[in-house]
Design a protein around this ligand. Structure first.
Ligand code: AMP
Length: 473
């Protein structure tokens, strides 16, 4: 687990300057929970934890603006466990373990990570947790559900499958968490959420976490939260101050050579490289592997198990470069990731914030490099506007010769026309892998770089959380 360094953490709201001195014990967490935290190496609550835990323990609904990496999982999981402690039972009877807390998350990876955290914090209690997500045989999950669990972490689609198959009952849910609510809406989960929420008891406590605050999120919070307390940490669209950001201006055909050069740098020991499409991710992975770089991709064509294995290999440094698209990387929690490289910058500015938030987590420092071609510069303008920062820029100098030499006779055709591959335009149609492409590929045809800006769903103007909070608080 990442050591949280309060001194390095970006400042939180001005009204709470003394929060960094609060301890977990001050927050009145139960001894069995405190014991698990000590074991996990957590010494001080993060700002979101210091603010959210008392609110949740008071029984109020909560709307929290917090990005991944701020410690938001424990911010809801710890008080949630504490609220359920009176129901903890050592009985083996499933009837003694109804689902009392439901945590909905947008992706399988996040679901797994959240449930791992819940399990760790609940280690010294008799509360049980389980995670259910799509992409695996539903039958393997049912027996576990039947044994009874108090805390269920689920992706919305798979939860609906279980509801339909009557393998889960939600009539005793007293706590609901919508984690990364903005992502859930971006991924089109609104209808599923509505169906699920309609099945929950009206008398319950609801918590919502979102990194950005669109009108849709505001609407969702109005629909499902009752007089919520509002909390934010840092500016929702701000990038962490401990992330060094830099842009390399480079022709698209030179990006691969520049990337290879950057990956050979001393500080590039464990890097996530983001691409916009699965196609680029796969192609880049193959190219880097050919050059002897331990690269692998997380993409939707691979099974859940393969993706988990790749992630594990990356965490254990067996793979040093993980190529990912935005969806594949959502919710990945990798401790001390020093560097993120945007091979292609995202067209939705918010995704830039999410991407670079993979590094510089929980107080550590990190580097975020972006390779920006002339065609992408207009997206860079949007990003800088969103984060209210002008990112340092450098005209890249790219070594051309080694690329040609690196392709010996083994691949004579590619070697004779090496640049062709880099000029190859992306297909006009987005790939048809819903898991991988849905949230980020616009419904309209993927445009050629020089056409006018697409009407991306997440490129809609989003009101910043602080504005909302100032209005509402
Ligand atoms: P999250 O924002 O929930 O994804 O958490 C980001 C990382 O910070 C995870 O690796 C957590 O285990 C870690 N973390 C959360 N809270 C603390 C804390 N109070 N002290 C140290 N590490 C923490």
């Amino acid at each position: 687990m990442g050591a949280y360094n309060a001194a390095q953490y970006p400042p939180i709201t001005q009204e709470t300057p003394t929060l960094n001195t609060v301890s977990f014990a001050d927050l009145k967490l139960a001894p069995e929970i405190l014991k698990a935290l000590t074991e996990a190496g957590y010494s001080t609550p993060t700002p979101i934890q210091a603010q959210a835990i008392p609110v949740v323990l008071s029984g109020e609904d909560l709307m929290a603006g917090a990005q991944t990496g701020t410690g938001k999982t424990a911010a809801f999981a710890l008080p949630l466990l504490q609220q359920l402690l009176p129901h903890a039972s050592a009985s083996t009877s499933p009837a003694k373990h109804p689902v009392r807390a439901l945590i909905l998350v947008p992706t399988r990876e996040l679901a797994v990570q959240v449930e791992e955290s819940v399990k760790m914090y609940a280690k010294y209690t008799n509360l049980r947790s389980l995670v259910v997500y799509g992409g695996v045989d539903i039958k393997t999950q049912t027996p576990h559900l039947k044994t009874g669990v108090e805390i269920l972490v689920a992706t919305p689609g798979r939860l609906l499958d279980h509801i339909e198959q009557k393998t889960v009952l939600l009539n005793q849910v007293q706590m609901l968490v919508l984690d990364e609510a903005d992502r859930m809406l971006d991924m089109g989960f609104m209808p599923a959420l509505k169906r699920i929420l309609a099945l929950l008891p009206r008398r319950r406590q609801s918590l919502m976490f979102s990194a950005t605050f669109s009108d849709d999120i505001k609407k969702l919070s109005e629909d499902f939260l009752i007089y919520p307390s509002l909390i934010e940490v840092a500016r929702s669209n701000a990038t962490s101050e401990n992330i060094k950001q830099k842009v390399y201006l480079v022709a698209s055909e030179d990006k691969h050579a520049l990337l290879a050069k950057l990956l050979k740098g001393d500080d590039a020991k464990q890097v996530i490289v983001f691409t916009k499409t699965k196609l680029t991710a796969s192609r880049l992975t193959r190219q880097l592997q050919r050059e002897g770089i331990a690269a692998d991709a997380i993409h939707g064509d691979r099974s859940q198990l393969e993706r988990q294995q790749t992630l594990e290999a990356f965490k254990q440094n067996k793979v040093s470069v993980l190529i990912a698209t935005d969806v594949a990387a959502r919710g990945l929690d990798i401790d001390h990731l020093p560097m993120v490289i945007n091979y292609e910058i995202p067209h939705a500015a918010e995704d830039y914030v999410h991407r670079i938030g993979r590094t510089g987590r929980a107080g550590a420092s990190g580097t975020a490099l972006s390779l920006v071609s002339p065609e992408e510069e207009r997206y860079l303008v949007d990003i800088e506007k969103l984060i209210k920062t002008s990112i340092e820029k450098e005209q890249a100098s790219v070594p051309h010769a080694p690329r040609d030499e690196a392709r010996p006779q083994r691949e004579p055709r590619e070697a004779s026309e090496p640049r062709k591959a880099y000029h190859k335009p992306l297909p006009n149609k987005p790939a048809h892998d819903p898991w991988f492409d849905q949230p980020y590929v616009p419904k309209v045809t993927d445009p050629a770089p020089s056409t006018s800006k697409p009407d991306l769903p997440s490129a809609k103007p989003k009101s910043a959380i602080p504005a909302l909070f100032r209005r509402s608080s």
